[in-house]
Design a protein around this ligand. Sequence first.
Ligand code: PLP
Length: 411
Amino acid sequence: MAYVNDNYLKLKAGYLFPEIGRRVSKFAKENPQAKVIRMGIGDVTEPLPAACISAMHAAVDEMARRESFRGYGPEQGFDFLREAIARHDFQSRGAQIQADEIFVSDGSKCDTGNILDILGKSNVIAVTDPVYPVYVDTNVMAGHTGEADAGGRYAGLVYLPMTEANQFVPALPEQKVDIVYLCSPNNPTGMAASRSALEKWVDYARKNEAIIFFDAAYEAFITEADVPHSIYEIEGARECAIEFRSFSKTAGFTGTRCAFTVVPKGLTARTSTGENVELHGLWNRRHTTKFNGVSYIVQRGAEAVYTPEGQSQVRQLVEFYLENARLMCAGLKQAGLTVYGGVNAPYVWLKTPNGLSSWDFFDQLLSKAHLVGTPGSGFGASGEGYFRLSAFNSRANVLEAIERVNKFVQG
Ligand SMILES: *Cc1c(COP(=O)(O)O)cnc(C)c1O
């Protein structure tokens, strides 16, 4: 008899996006003439930067010739990419991260889940509420939680609310936690942590010997000088933080797949017998055993992001989405809505009008404005009464959507 991992049965069965899909298909079937605009899922819409495309074409041609063909590469990533990342994303900002502390992978989603492999079972884990669901679900799968309550909160996790009341900056936990997930700029709220907020977290982590899992997938969207691009811009963070980065939102790699995780040397955690062990070595062991590297072609594409042409093309791409977000914020405010985010991130987090629940607002917006967003409550109990709109869309759709929201709110 084979047994399953019972922890999987605790999961709230992928409720959010399937439920959105179900409601949208039902509406579309009943209203075949309606032109539905989807601003729900956080996927990019614009093509890859030209520099990435030509680098990948060249790499494909290399693979076609015996002399330049490549088989397996280093599991941690090719040096050309790790060095470009270390120089451009960290050292240029005064963060002392070296190429051999960077582990190239096929996604931050996988990395944020896989990292739990090298950590113990008894850690007290804190997540924000609302939260990127991957952090929670991977802890459930790993057996780090009990059952979920009616509001979807799992026993054993520490939830740190992010609401209007704290301007979406989570307060330090009252109890001692061992691991905390921070995502800045944030998905879903679109808000970003200031330098002083991150300094408080690094200080907390060092005092409590906790580790911060810092997800900076939206780093490229930062526009304000006071918002750090990397946790390692904060003094002492090398001792207490692992950072997750991705080319997905920066350069439109959601379908191409390339990301990286930074595990600084000297960052340690405790064994059950009380010794300190470096996480760098453990992650290297995990990565080389369970992963065989990102495609050479894709890594050449990612490297091209750091060329002068690549940098300017990526800037243009990010600016395009940020302009969408600016237009959305301005348009929704004009409609009388209260909106957050959209300045350092491609997400706008609005307060539902008239105290509507997130799902009631979803239904009304769909039926009256033919517009799809994401109910805030799907990201956690504290997301109730909020709603996420994504700026990943064409300009025409964004302008049309703003007009429809205005009519909807006024009607
Ligand atoms: C999109 C996103 C990522 C990136 O995931 P990939 O697997 O690299 O595509 C990571 N974290 C958050 C919060 C995201 O929204």
